[in-house]
Design a protein around this ligand. Structure first.
Ligand SMILES: Cc1ncc(COP(=O)(O)O)c(C=O)c1O
Length: 234
């Protein structure tokens, strides 16, 4: 369904609909944040039509937005019924998890959703170490503060760099929409020594480690400027 279009979602609900699942901040589609009104409207719609509201926080969860739960950076008052996580949960080690609210917690019992390597003690130990580190090192605050600094620097750069059309982001989930196609843009950046990820048709995504510093950001923004300010960039 079109993102942030509550009427369109409401019209698509049929008697066969059981749930609405969305990323509160879309990653792959180009760093597009839900509006607070959209999330609140979806909650109301789900309550009225007896549907589950499920958030995919595989990319935006685990502190990336500066909040442990990504949607709370947008609408902290919204209560989803289920949330999924992966990526940041293992800090690079493969693990994923799902949470469901009280009444639905037993829908999936032990063994209902098994996988060969699911729930291994090693992966769970790694995830616990990641969670401890997030808390001990104040990485949520770092994601908020350095994310704001990064976005500010990119907006300042975009004022002198017409290739950058828009800068979007929440915490350290950041995208620049460029006038180039995303993939060649990412390759150009790599030539200057910076790794970005293509998203949507023309967005370069930055999902840096949550312990990145402002000095790291300065270096990155310099490389982004070198990449996209040259006359050949268009
Ligand atoms: C938002 C989102 N959901 C789900 C997935 C897939 O997760 P997994 O590889 O753990 O199945 C991805 C992977 O990129 C993602 O970005």
């Amino acid at each position: 369904m079109p993102f942030n279009d509550l009427d369109a979602v409401a019209k698509a609900v049929t008697p066969k609909t059981v749930a609405i699942l969305l990323e509160p901040i879309q990653g792959e589609s180009g760093i597009l944040a839900a509006t607070p009104e959209f999330l609140r409207g979806l909650r109301r719609l789900c309550d009225e039509r007896k549907l589950l509201l499920m958030f995919d926080e595989v990319q935006c969860g685990m502190g990336r937005t500066g909040e442990f739960l990504g949607f709370r950076a947008i609408a902290p008052d919204v209560q989803p019924d289920a949330i999924s996580w992966a990526k940041g949960l293992g800090g690079g080690f493969p693990i994923a998890a799902i949470w469901a609210r009280g009444p639905y917690a037993n829908v999936l019992g032990a063994g209902t959703h098994g996988t060969t390597f699911g729930g291994t003690p090693l992966a769970c130990s790694v995830a616990l170490a990641v969670l401890d580190t997030l808390e001990r090192d104040g990485l949520l605050r770092n994601a908020r503060e350095v994310g704001e600094y990064f976005i500010g620097k990119l907006r300042a750069l975009s004022a002198q760099c017409p290739v950058i059309r828009e800068v979007r982001g929440v915490g350290l989930m950041i995208g620049i929409e460029v006038t180039l196609e995303a993939r060649p843009a990412v390759l150009k950046l790599a030539e200057h020594g910076l790794i970005g990820v293509a998203a949507g048709t023309n967005v370069v995504r930055f999902l840096p480690p949550l312990n990145i510093t402002c000095a790291d950001v300065d270096e990155a923004v310099e490389k982004i400027g070198q990449t996209f300010s040259g006359s050949g960039a268009k």
